[in-house]
Design a protein around this ligand. Structure first.
Ligand SMILES: [Zn+2]
Ligand SMILES: [Zn+2]
Length: 306
């Protein structure tokens, strides 16, 4: 299960109702911030999420409406003793711009907070035994734009009834079998993991795309996602503007969701030029299970029931 909270959902400039791009994904002990537009600090406080354990920031790309909030946020962190290091992940171009911003905030010397920059390339960013974070390339304006897949790994359920029938006692022996190790029973019989584990069951999949100008490379990435988050900056009436500025229309986003058989489409990066209703109508004609995200909306992303 992933918990996704939107902190800012406006395109390019804030509106009265919407802050600039930022979101947080919570999973187990992890807290990931995705993008950090201007005003994100205050949105974090208003959302109730606060700053604690906020040490991983993923940047989709280097446009200012996605990174300017890092200036204020890092300046606040530097004054707080509770957060002494932050890891920022992004493409080379985005990280160059973030470094420049940090030089403005802290000067050219060593910043008073440890900032680690991790340059993204397509593939696994981090993983543990049950969770994987994957970066994938996105076509927008400028090089090195990325989206992110949050994925619970497949696991094999422990079949209690079968274990009991085989005489496997409750306790550490079962934990060893779950880890894939065989055990020996007191009667000398060996029990293999395959004897007590069921078929693999997949976990929840959340695909998060920031700004994007094309969707053709994203169908495989988004395939069967439980939730797909993606921008919808324009409607079809202004498809030429969308093309010119490397953005998507709500209809393009909806076609992607349909082609990839996702369970739910969540649209963000909403322009002040449209009402929420216009964006929603445009998308739901093609993909009914669509919502337009508002600031502070939260979603629990769980595995699709089959
Ligand atoms: Zn943007
Ligand atoms: Zn952009």
């Amino acid at each position: 299960m992933f918990e996704l909270t939107f902190l800012g959902t406006s395109a390019s400039a804030p509106s009265i109702k919407r802050g600039l791009s930022s979101a947080m994904v919570l999973h187990k002990e992890y807290r990931f911030v995705i993008d950090c537009g201007e005003g994100t600090q205050r949105q974090l406080l208003k959302s109730g999420l606060g700053f604690k354990r906020m040490d991983r920031i993923l940047i989709t790309h280097g446009h200012l409406d996605h990174i300017l909030g890092l200036g204020g946020l890092m300046s606040t962190f530097a004054r707080w003793e509770s957060i002494d290091s932050v890891e920022i992940y992004g493409g080379a171009w985005a990280l160059d711009r973030v470094r420049m911003l940090m030089n403005v905030v802290f000067g050219e010397g060593i910043p008073p907070i440890e900032i680690a920059y991790t340059e993204l390339s397509p593939g696994t960013v981090m993983e543990d035994d049950s969770f994987e974070l994957i970066a994938f390339p996105v076509q927008h304006r400028g090089p090195g734009c990325f989206g992110f897949t949050f994925h619970e790994k497949e696991k094999r359920p422990f079949l209690v009834e079968r274990a009991e029938a085989l005489g496997v006692p409750a306790g550490p022996e079962r934990a060893r079998l779950v880890k894939g190790q065989a055990i020996a029973l007191p009667n000398g019989r060996t029990i293999a993991p395959d004897d007590v584990l069921g078929e693999p069951v997949g976990g929840a999949k959340l695909v998060f795309v920031g700004d994007a100008g094309r969707t053709d490379g994203l169908v495989e990435v988004a395939r069967n996602a439980d939730a797909l988050v993606i921008e919808a900056t324009y409607t079809d009436e202004e498809a030429d503007m969308a093309r010119k500025f490397g953005h998507l229309t709500a209809a393009q986003a909806a076609h992607l969701a349909a082609d990839a058989h996702v369970r739910q489409l969540i649209l963000t990066h909403i322009s002040r030029r449209y009402s929420e209703r216009q964006i929603l109508d445009s998308a739901t004609r093609i993909f009914p299970d669509t919502v337009v995200a508002n600031d502070f909306d939260s979603f629990r992303i769980v595995k699709r029931e089959t």
